[in-house]
Design a binder for this molecule. Structure first.
Ligand SMILES: C[S@@+](CC[C@H](N)C(=O)[O-])C[C@H]1O[C@@H](n2cnc3c(N)ncnc32)[C@H](O)[C@@H]1O
Length: 400
């Protein structure tokens, strides 16, 4: 998948007529290691979306066919006059957001579209890979110089709209933007609730997860390396049960804390007046260098974890021993919390990864060596525009 990324916040400046805005963006893979190089030029669309108490309006700034991403391009720097309606809205304090996206056949903007595109090559009539649009607030309470937003529709087009919004930091920090495995894993899990008939939702791996979510009286879910929190907040948004039944604790290094907490706050804000789930969602720092020694924070220590989940955390082979030892230390902590009369405890791990190089396979030897059994494996082919196909692999492990 490719992502439209702002390289700096949009500049606003008065122009002869009113006010203009300058955007500087690129389109890259999640790692940012290659630019989108499509076989044919791709039309891009820039809109100014106005949110006012009297209703929301979207004004297209780019003229049809005038803004294109061409093979070999690395950056685009369009300048647009803002329509008077957007300027007036800003003057009166209404929120105005710019959205840079592609023609809808390429746009990764909803769970249904993402799941349908998996494995769908251009030769079969599909887009052959998707591009995720980016949004940025020009004013209003959400406007922050360093923040852009990804917005994914969770519900079907025929249902009332439910969106997951996730803020990212403009720039290149690894912990502070979304990654393919997180986006695809979230889409697969959300699909089991929203689109149960899809092939990916019917897979034994997703069925096993759903049974866990549905059959347990209470569910404690711990996420490792949550980054901006797309998987944790996304699961929370689709999880149908309330705060008394389900706790999701997202964890990462302290440098990721601010953005992860901001996205929890955004989810809670968006919940009002929507169908977004009501599970209890928390954040605490957890560095695997501490976790491997059984050193956990207060929130991690206070619960027995029914499921530990992680996405795109296994690309750095040097960190794999610390990660696997952290998983085993969490299992040991689960076992310690067994009280007389309880069933013997087994711990489960849901892991999603987009393999990038062969050395990452070391994970499986480390997991097996530490006594983790692979219960299910699901592989989703991920077509890439103008590039070789990739895949997202999802695993369910258990340690008894
Ligand atoms: C590629 S990002 C994936 C983020 C997120 N899971 C997603 O799918 O969008 C990898 C994450 O692992 C975290 N990480 C790396 N080393 C870590 C460590 N030693 N302890 C805890 N988290 C770590 C990073 O901070 C980063 O957020």
């Amino acid at each position: 998948m490719h992502y439209i990324r702002l390289l700096r916040p949009p500049k606003l400046a008065p122009s002869q007529r009113a006010m203009h805005t300058e955007l500087v963006f690129t389109i890259t893979t999640d790692l940012g290691d290659s630019f989108l190089c499509p076989d044919e030029p791709i039309d891009l669309v820039v809109t100014a979306d106005i949110y006012s108490p009297t209703g929301n309006v979207s004004c297209e700034l780019s003229e049809h066919g005038k803004l294109q991403w061409l093979p070999g391009r690395r950056v685009a720097k369009p300048v647009y006059d803002l329509p008077p309606m957007a300027v007036n809205a800003m003057m009166s304090g209404d929120a105005v957001e710019l959205c840079v996206g592609t023609a809808s056949s390429f746009a990764a903007e909803d769970v249904r579209g993402i799941l349908s595109s998996l494995g769908e090559k251009a030769s079969q009539g599909g887009a052959g890979g998707l591009v995720m649009p980016v949004r940025v607030a020009l004013n209003g309470p959400e406007a922050d110089n360093d923040i852009s937003t990804r917005k994914l529709r969770l519900s079907a087009a025929s249902e009332p709209p439910e969106y997951l919004e996730v803020e990212e930091e403009i720039g290149e920090s690894i912990a502070r933007h979304v990654w393919d495995a997180g986006v695809v894993a979230l889409s697969a899990i959300a699909g089991t609730y929203k689109f149960p008939g899809l092939e990916s939702s019917q897979h034994p791996c997703m069925q096993a997860l759903r049974r866990m979510f549905d059959d347990s009286e209470t569910m404690n879910i711990l996420e490792l390396g949550c980054g901006v929190g797309i998987l944790g907040t996304g699961l929370c948004a689709v999880y149908p049960r309330g705060a008394g039944d389900c706790t999701i604790l997202m964890t990462d290094l302290d440098e990721a804390e601010g953005r992860a907490r901001a996205n929890i706050a955004l989810l809670k804000h968006n919940r009002s007046g929507s169908q977004l789930g009501n599970a209890n969602i928390l954040y605490e720092n957890l560095n695997w260098d501490h976790g491997r020694q059984g050193r956990f924070g207060r929130q991690v220590q206070r619960r027995r974890w029914d499921l530990i989940m992680l996405s795109d955390c296994t690309y750095n082979v040097d960190m794999l021993p610390a990660l696997v030892e952290t998983l085993s230390a969490l299992h040991a902590s689960n076992v310690e919390q067994v009280v007389d009369g309880d069933e013997p405890v087994s711990s489960r791990v849901f892991l999603a990864t987009k393999p990038r190089h062969a050395s990452e396979r070391a994970l499986f030897d480390l997991m097996a060596g530490a006594g983790w059994l692979t219960l299910e494996t699901q592989v989703l082919p991920l077509p890439v525009l103008g590039g070789a196909n990739e895949s997202v692999e999802m695993y369910l492990f258990e340690k008894a």
